[in-house]
Design a protein around this ligand. Structure first.
Ligand code: ZN
Length: 134
């Protein structure tokens, strides 16, 4: 397993980690020609998603999270931690993605990028990348 360390700067933010994940997968190329790669966030107020890295779409995704799950809507968890919206957004996003590996590389589609989604930043975050041989 490898770790990607991320310093987030905004309260809510999309960070493209595709390059870093690819580097890790390629470093195992001698060992893992075909297999799967699991990208996992160990934090309860962040998510991992796959989508297109286009500036307008990234803003649309953040706007969607705000609309679906606004901050401070009388959530019970806000009584102890004041960040229920961030946990709830993380629930919707999910905490991991799995990507097939072929010829020692991720089989992402042309428009697919892997994003770490910060929901309660700025914070120091860790993402785990596990590469498994088929
Ligand atoms: Zn909390």
């Amino acid at each position: 397993m490898a770790t990607i360390e991320i310093e987030t700067r905004q309260s809510t933010e999309l960070i493209d980690i595709t390059g870093k994940v690819k580097e890790i997968v390629k470093s195992r190329r001698g060992n893992v020609n075909s297999g799967i790669c699991v990208v996992f966030t160990k934090h309860t107020t962040s998510g991992i998603i796959i989508n297109e890295n286009e500036a307008g779409l990234k803003s649309d995704i953040l706007a969607l999270l705000n609309e679906l799950i606004p901050k401070g809507r009388g959530y019970l968890h806000d009584k102890i931690d004041n960040n229920a919206h961030a946990h709830l957004r993380a629930v919707v996003l999910g905490s991991s993605v799995t990507i097939p590996i072929e010829r020692g590389d991720l089989t992402l589609g042309t428009w697919q990028s892997i994003f770490f989604v910060e929901c309660d930043g700025p914070r120091r975050r860790e993402v785990y990348v596990t590469v498994i041989k088929e």
